[in-house]
Ligand binder design. Structure first.
Ligand code: SIN
Length: 574
């Protein structure tokens, strides 16, 4: 791992070190400007620009779901079009000293181990600040175009890091897997940096923020103050997110590379000993920290109580709102497109057509597929759009139904009711634009996929909020809408979202897990036209049979280790 620049020092010439660690702690971040005391650095200007650089710093003992929460926040923000990335200190530690460390490694009284742990924490912090500090050309374009305000003033962005920055191998290899995005995935410009003609660079609904999640225990006020000071020197806002769990009933999925292949009993014993070491120094967040300037959200027993302190700003508020809706009730959601419609058969997009005879057949088959899969004692509520084809598909399911306007199909504006051939003939430039940047392309008088994602945010929050055990939700929706919802759950980047395959006459069951989402697909074995069109290809007009039976099942959840302890099931993560 690349070490911080040895010359990096505070203006006084002394190396910065994490408080509470031995003097030999490694040098930390270099600063261009003299370091201001916490209170002065925190003094708010009369008018503060909207946030575009935010560090969400996790706090809490091991096994409190910090990684789970960090990943969910990162996925939510990425889905909304913000830049987000997780910096997991446990990963840095495993890289530096290996995974198989005994619990004594976490003993705060062991100077050598404390020094090693401080070093990896600082490396992660440096990488995070480097990433947040780096507003490259693309981001400058996207920010100035999308936020409708100027990027932060030069004084905020000044002060190049001498320590590892985004270009270092350290950062690129240490980013949490769940938050990785292919290059350019959140770009608002079409390939080549040219804004889409149909998507004016100034008409984004929201701004693109950069949000880093610093995933570690950060269990003492001294360490938290140190992180705040480092971030503030780089114009980075900090919001702490603490997870406090004392409810033995709370079950968190186990998954930790630290105990891969270990005997489960020994793993639990060692992990509990590690927790006890952390408990020696752990202090919960307190509003008096950093002379009362600390900003935090404290989650107690995931969703049962939320304490919000000193939280300001658009992106911070969105994160708090999202966290307030989180719960860990095990549950599955069902999704299906409406049955084949007459417009599908005619290859026309949009409209409000009724089902075709094959679509009607699917509607009749649906109760059997769903009820068989729900199992005994599970209630079902069906959400449809307000359009005829979804309501007709749901009509044989004799369960409560809700019609959501938000679930209506992507609005194709002037192209509504046309075939792709007609669109190509009438609007050739638009047809090409859409192919080159389908996520951002907005139909004249209609919507883009990006618009659709924002329209669907309340639906996602409602799905996250849904906590009744033995009560499933089924969405009978449309191709574009289900692509957007599916992309949220499976963390699929924006440029791939408009090409996700959601065949007709197929029910998809998604079961969110601690670190992924399990997926099953059930085909009704009823032929339907294929409405999926790959980039630059014509539609295939002939009906086809979707893959049959209960054939397709796969899980994105990484393998996990379930260990039951006196606390219930505990997470071996971190
Ligand atoms: C920490 O947050 O204290 C370190 C996390 C780890 O090494 O797993």
């Amino acid at each position: 791992m690349q070490q911080p620049d040895a010359a990096a020092a505070t203006p006084s010439g002394a190396s910065k070190s994490l408080p509470g660690t031995p003097a030999a702690a490694p040098p930390a971040i270099s600063t261009a400007a003299p370091r201001a005391p916490a209170a002065a650095a925190a003094a708010a200007p009369a008018y503060a620009l909207p946030t575009c650089k935010l560090a969400c710093v996790m706090v809490g003992l091991p096994a409190r779901g910090k990684t789970y929460i960090a990943r969910k926040v990162a996925r939510y923000l990425t889905w909304l079009g913000h830049h987000s990335r997780i910096f997991n200190v446990g990963n840095y530690r495993r890289d530096a000293v290996g995974a198989m460390q005994p619990s004594e490694f976490f003993d705060p009284d062991n100077e050598e181990f404390a020094r090693q742990r401080a070093e990896v924490a600082i490396n992660a912090l440096n990488d995070m600040i480097g990433w947040l500090d780096k507003l490259d050309d693309d981001d400058e374009k996207s920010l100035s175009g999308s936020l409708n305000f100027q990027p932060p003033s030069a004084s905020v962005r000044e002060g190049p890091l001498k320590t590892p920055t985004s270009a270092t191998p350290t950062q690129s290899t240490r980013v949490d897997e769940a938050s990785k995005k292919p290059p350019g995935s959140a770009s608002t410009a079409s390939p080549g940096g040219r804004p889409s003609a149909a998507y004016s660079s100034t008409d984004h609904a929201g701004g693109a923020a950069r949000v880093a999640l610093y995933d570690a225990t950060n269990s003492t006020p001294e360490r938290r103050l140190f992180i705040m000071e480092q971030c503030r020197e780089h114009g980075i806002d900090v919001m702490f997110i603490e997870s406090v769990c004392d409810d033995p009933k709370i079950i968190v999925k186990l998954s930790s590379p630290d105990y891969k292949g270990a005997d489960p009993e020994k793993a639990v014993e060692d992990f509990q000993s590690r927790i006890r070491f952390y408990e020696k120094t752990y202090q919960t967040l307190d509003r008096s920290e950093a002379e009362g300037t600390i900003s935090f959200v404290k989650l107690i027993n995931v969703g049962s109580q939320v304490i919000v302190n000193n939280v300001r700003g658009y992106i911070q508020s969105r994160i708090v709102y999202f966290l307030m809706n989180l719960n860990i009730t095990p549950r599955s959601f069902y999704f299906s497109r409406h049955g084949e419609s007459m417009f599908n058969v005619m290859q026309r997009i949009g409209g409000d057509a009724s089902l075709s005879p094959r679509g009607e057949q699917f509607a009749k088959r649906l109760p059997e597929i769903v009820i068989r899969n729900l199992g005994e004692g599970t209630r079902l509520t069906v959400w449809t759009s307000t359009l005829r084809r979804t309501k007709e598909t749901a009509r044989h399911l004799h369960v409560p139904k809700v019609a959501w306007k938000q679930l209506d199909e992507l609005d194709s504006g002037v192209c509504d009711g046309l075939t792709y051939e007609e669109i190509e003939a009438r609007y050739p430039a638009d047809f090409e634009e859409r192919d080159s940047d389908k996520f951002n392309y907005r139909y004249h008088g209609g919507e883009s996929y990006r618009d659709l994602v924002h329209r669907l945010e309340p639906v996602i929050l409602e799905l996250e909020r849904h906590y009744e055990p033995n009560h499933s939700i089924m969405i009978i929706g449309h191709q574009a809408v289900l692509r957007a919802i599916y992309a949220y759950f499976l963390n699929i980047p924006h440029e791939r979202l408009p090409y996700i395959k959601v065949p007709l006459h197929t029910v998809v069951k998604l079961t969110p897990k601690a670190y992924g989402c399990e997926e099953e697909r059930f085909s009704a074995d009823i032929a339907a036209v294929d409405t999926h069109r790959e980039r630059g290809t014509p539609l295939n007009p002939s009906p086809r049979l979707n893959p049959s039976g209960l054939a397709h099942t796969h899980s994105l959840a990484p393998s996990s280790l379930d260990v039951v302890s006196p606390l219930g099931r505990i997470s071996l993560n971190n």
